[in-house]
Design a protein around this ligand. Structure first.
Ligand code: SF4
Ligand code: SF4
Length: 619
């Protein structure tokens, strides 16, 4: 047992006080910035059960970290679990430094616990060495720039472990034992003040961040009134955002999966988090300097497809989309964003109620040609056409095919006489005024027509109606056509064609709505479903979301071409889509992949073709 001299006790006390003072000196201002940031009035602590589960699963089990990057994730988990296992040993170690240990290493529990900690120390030493090698020698590009402080921290953790392990064989009463004891203690106390100035701040903040997350994927908080322009200056940074950006562990998972960054664009979601952090450090949260322009560029925020890969991947619960859309709001509301395509889009939405700028009579003609019944309250479903389904030639083919499927399964439906864009592109581009006008106008129509259930071919419409319209008090039952068809699949023909269909998960169906199996079930009735390398939660965006389908040419490589090549490279005869935006993005992109590209079909078209082939087509 370590028996300290009076001089050693005084020395230890002085070192502890010094470490705490240095820690508070660095952490105090960070805490002040978080605490004095703007409130989040939309935040609710309920449902508490989900928060506790997320905390257990993501923090204590480290499940997300391990699932997305198995090997480094496991190494990280070992370090985390080692920290937890060491809590008691460390407390006892410090108490022993004052001659008051509370655990006897030779008692029954003591023997068990010390050995338990011993093996954990070995695992932590291996884990931290692996992470060090990866960061400083393998150097994946999304971990750049190199942080030398990380190296120091890793070295301290390693020393902490290797100075603990020999304590079984080197008694602390010997000189060697005392030296080990002091090296262990100094490493521990050296670690403390480094935490607030390095990415290791996540050790303290990320459990809180995960517990306090907004709870809904890409939850866009409503603006607080006419004076709220979005995320413009330091005064607009909310407590949740401040907490999140200080929790960033700089792992680069968001960047690794970002379609914009992967295709050579300026946008880097890691730098979005670090940019807000840098602003808070430099300007504070009471400053009137716009954030965009100071630490984040305008160009980058308008390159985001709102695919949500970053938010999905982030292991510490950082919600990038409320931040990015908050920036877009401020750029649009202050008139700083000048983009001819954006201006045209907003004008189209205002004047014509659709993103393409067609007259509503074009929609009427299409409905008449298809002989879609008008919704009159007697039918079960309102078939929502959306801008793509009403005006885009390929979108119209998808709607027409889906109407065939609805007729075949015997579901009654009608379409609205007057239907406007849901406001999705305006919402994602930060124009809440137009989004609100469109949502309220549509809600009025739905109320008048007595609509109870909606089905749509477009995941963007589904998301916007189901979630974003809640801001206007709407709670509408809506589903995507993949969910509808999967539910009615027993009434759909099943005859294997021998074709292979590679399914592209649309971001707004998968990550946003958690619908992965349903479209695959529909395809599997008549063909073999294959997944591209990036599938399901890791699906790679088509490039259309966030209003980008309506903006100008991309810089760098095109997102849709990158994804189309990946889909074509699977060798499938057909690319299965479940979103009219993906469909429009892949149309030309697939053609450019080879002289004999795969066919592009929506799942509704696949189902309708099977119905036709079975000779059981209704009507
Ligand atoms: S939402 Fe998608 S495009 Fe936007 S920053 Fe995140 S990963 Fe990149
Ligand atoms: S934002 Fe999240 S995913 Fe991106 S670098 Fe920071 S911690 Fe990692």
């Amino acid at each position: 047992m370590f028996v300290p001299s009076l001089a050693e006790e005084i020395c230890l006390l002085a070192l502890i006080v010094l470490a705490i003072v240095l820690f508070v000196k660095r952490f105090g201002p960070i805490w002040q910035r978080i605490w004095h940031s703007k409130d989040n009035p939309e935040f609710h602590i309920r449902p508490i059960g989900k928060r506790i589960w997320d905390f257990f699963w993501e923090v204590l089990c480290q499940a997300k970290v391990i699932k997305e990057r198995p090997l480094p994730g496991l190494a990280h988990a070992l370090v985390f679990w080692g920290f937890c296992a060491f809590a008691l040993v460390t407390a006892n170690h410090v108490a022993a430094g004052f001659g008051r240990p509370f655990l006897d290493r030779h008692s029954g529990f003591g023997v068990f616990y010390w050995w338990f900690a011993f093996w954990f120390a070995a695992l932590v030493a291996i884990g931290i060495t692996g992470l060090f090698i990866r960061r400083f020698f393998i150097r994946p590009k999304w971990l750049e720039p190199l942080s030398y402080e990380s190296g120091v921290i890793a070295a301290l953790i390693f020393v902490l472990m290797v100075t603990y392990m020999p304590m079984w064989w080197v008694p602390e009463t010997t000189t060697a034992g005392r030296v080990l004891w002091w090296i262990h203690t100094c490493s521990l106390l050296g670690f403390l003040p480094l935490i607030p100035h390095t990415k290791h701040l996540h050790l303290m903040l990320s459990p809180v961040t995960i517990f306090l997350s907004r709870g809904t994927f890409s939850a866009i908080p409503p603006l607080a009134g006419d004076e709220d322009f979005g995320l413009d200056t330091g005064k607009d940074i909310s407590k949740l955002t401040a907490l999140q950006v200080y929790s960033c562990v700089e792992c680069g998972r968001c960047t690794e999966h970002c379609p914009a960054n992967n295709t050579g664009k300026e946008l880097d979601p890691k730098q979005i988090a670090l940019g807000v952090r840098a602003y808070l450090n430099e300007y504070g949260n009471a400053n009137d300097t716009p954030i965009v322009g100071a630490t984040i560029t305008q160009k980058s925020i308008f390159q985001c497809t709102t695919c949500g890969a970053c938010e999905y991947q982030c292991p510490v619960g950082i919600e990038h989309l409320p931040i990015i859309i908050g920036f877009r709001r401020s750029e649009v509301n202050t008139g700083r964003w000048e983009d001819e395509h954006g201006t045209k889009l907003f004008l189209n939405l205002e004047r014509h109620g659709n993103a393409m700028g067609f007259s509503a009579s074009e929609r009427d003609k299409f409905i008449a040609k298809q002989q879609f019944p008008a919704f009159d309250g007697t039918q079960e479903y309102c078939l929502w056409l959306g801008c793509m389904g009403a005006y885009d030639p390929r979108g119209r083919e998808i709607v027409s095919a889906f109407a065939d499927v609805m007729r075949h399964v015997g579901a009654s439906f009608g379409v609205l006489k007057k239907e406007k864009c849901t406001g999705d592109p305006a919402r994602r581009l930060g124009n809440d005024l137009i989004f609100g006008q469109l949502a309220e106008s549509n809600l009025e129509t739905l109320r008048q027509d007595g609509v109870k259930k909606i089905v749509s071919i477009c995941p963007h419409c589904v998301r916007t109606i189901a979630e974003d319209w809640k801001e206007f008090g709407a709670h509408i039952e809506i589903e995507h056509h993949s969910e509808f068809m999967a539910r009615y699949q027993d009434r759909l023909p099943s005859a294997q064609t021998g074709k292979r269909v590679v399914f592209h998960d649309p971001c707004y169906l998968g990550r946003y709505r958690n619908v992965y199996d349903e479209p695959r079930e529909v395809i599997a009735r008549n063909a073999t479903v294959i997944d591209p390398p990036r599938a399901r939660e890791r699906s790679f965006c088509c490039g259309a979301g966030g209003g980008l389908a309506f903006l100008g040419e991309e810089t760098g490589q095109r997102v849709n071409e990158t994804r189309a090549k990946e889909l074509a490279d699977t060798g499938a005869e057909i690319v299965g889509a479940a979103c009219p935006f993906c469909n429009t993005m892949f149309r030309d992109a697939l053609a450019s992949t080879s002289a004999n590209p795969p066919e592009l079909l929506d799942i509704a078209q696949l189902a309708a073709a099977a119905i036709q082939a079975s000779g059981t087509r209704a009507g």
